[in-house]
Design a protein around this ligand. Structure first.
Ligand code: PXP
Length: 245
């Protein structure tokens, strides 16, 4: 199991004062020391947290790999194609949302063509591609047809589910993960995962990468980034049946 740490909210704290601290680049060094397998950032169109400069510095300094989350918007896609993160995850983006609210909508032909075009350009640039999608079997199939290397299953509904509904949401994730692997996609998962709810998702054997941000950054404020990452990594890798590195 690989653990990627999303550092957007380190930049959120900085942007609360429009100053120069805390610095996501320093946080990335500490996350790597804590055992993170990669660093994720979302360069949003409205630049509410991570800035281009952060991304460029991270691309130069991160020793593991950078997973850049991006909307299918020409400007940001062009940035990714030029600067070549190790991995790019296509995500939906709405200005008024507090955080990414659901998986990519690839339900109609126009959106499918846009996604397929973006995935093709990423492939040509040598960037591994991932599509952030809801855990629905038809969408997993479509991700495969569109040519993604990987899918990141949206775990938000699982994370927000009431206790009585959690097993059902977990089952949806399991089915989508099994299908994804069986059609040749790498399977990632993320959104809303915490120290309390991560283990059942980490135990899904097809899931090989987790992307976790808010919970780890929140804990890091109290105990430090290196320790916060180490503690999450221990939970992510302790689960029985986890995919090997
Ligand atoms: N994966 C994706 C695609 C996301 O957009 C986000 C949030 O930016 C995350 C994972 C991390 O979510 P969280 O901050 O809730 O851990």
């Amino acid at each position: 199991m690989r653990l990627y740490i999303n550092l957007d909210h380190v930049a959120t704290v900085r942007e609360a004062r429009r100053t120069d601290e805390p610095d996501p680049v320093r946080a990335a060094v500490l996350a790597e020391l804590g055992g993170a397998h990669g660093i994720t950032v979302h360069l949003r169109e409205d630049r509410r947290h991570i800035q281009e400069r952060d991304t460029l510095l991270l691309l130069q300094t991160v020793r593991t790999g950078v997973n850049l989350e991006l909307a299918m918007e020409e400007g940001i896609l062009g940035f990714a194609l030029e600067h070549k993160p190790m991995q790019a995850t296509l995500v939906p983006e709405r200005r008024e949302e507090i955080t990414t609210e659901g998986g990519l909508d690839i339900s109609d032909r126009e959106r499918q063509e846009r996604a397929s075009n973006a995935l093709g350009r990423l492939r040509q640039a040598g960037i591994r591609s991932s599509l952030f999608i809801d855990p629905q079997e038809a969408i997993v199939q479509m991700a495969r047809e569109l040519g993604a290397d990987a899918i990141e299953l949206h775990t938000g509904e699982y994370a927000n589910a009431r206790p009585a509904e959690r097993a059902e949401q977990l089952e949806r994730l399991r089915r989508a993960a099994a299908l994804g692997r069986s059609v040749g996609l790498a399977v990632h998962a993320g959104h809303g995962l915490t120290y309390e709810n991560v283990r059942p998702v980490a135990a899904i054997k097809e899931v090989e990468e987790l992307n976790i941000g808010h919970s780890v950054v929140s804990r890091a404020v109290l105990v430090g980034m290196e320790r916060a990452v180490r503690e999450m990594l221990a939970l992510a890798q302790a689960a029985p049946g986890t995919a090997d590195d």
